[in-house]
Design a protein around this ligand. Structure first.
Ligand code: SF4
Ligand code: SF4
Length: 104
C-alpha cells in the first residue's frame, strides 16, 4: 500500500491532507509529466457541508494508476512508497495531479 498525502482540500474525500478512501485511481494513460495526470477519484465538495463527518483518514491506500509512463507504475498499480496528490482549490479532477509522477 502507498502512503498518500493530498492537499486537494476541495475534494469530498479529503480530511487534514489525507484521503479517506481505501483506494483511488490516478488517470493519465498518455501522461509525460505530472500535470498530465489527475486523481480520477476526486469529487468536489461543493459547499463544504460534508466535511469529515463519517470519514477516517487513510494514510496508506491502494493506488491504481493508468499513467504507464511513470517509473513507479507496475501493471497499472502504483509501487511508490509515498505519493503526493496536489491541486489545492481544484473544482474538477483535471485540476489535480500526482506530483510524484516521474517519467520512465
Ligand atoms: S483528490 Fe483523490 S487522493 Fe485527494 S482526497 Fe480526493 S479522492 Fe483522495
Ligand atoms: S507515482 Fe506514478 S504510478 Fe504512482 S500514482 Fe503517481 S503517476 Fe501513478
Amino acid at each position: 500500500m502507498t502512503k498518500l498525502d493530498c492537499n486537494v482540500t476541495s475534494c469530498l474525500h479529503n480530511s487534514d491532507n489525507y484521503c479517506c478512501k481505501s483506494a483511488i485511481i490516478v488517470e493519465g494513460s498518455q501522461a509525460k509529466d505530472s500535470y498530465d495526470t489527475c486523481c480520477g477519484s476526486f469529487d468536489e465538495n461543493k459547499d463544504g457541508s460534508f466535511r469529515n463527518l463519517f470519514k477516517t483518514p487513510e494514510s496508506r491506500l491502494e493506488v491504481d494508476c493508468e499513467a504507464v509512463n511513470c517509473v513507479y507504475n507496475e501493471d497499472r498499480h502504483c509501487s511508490a512508497e509515498h505519493i503526493g496528490i496536489a491541486g489545492d482549490g481544484a473544482s474538477t479532477a483535471e485540476h489535480t495531479e500526482c506530483s510524484t509522477f516521474k517519467t520512465r
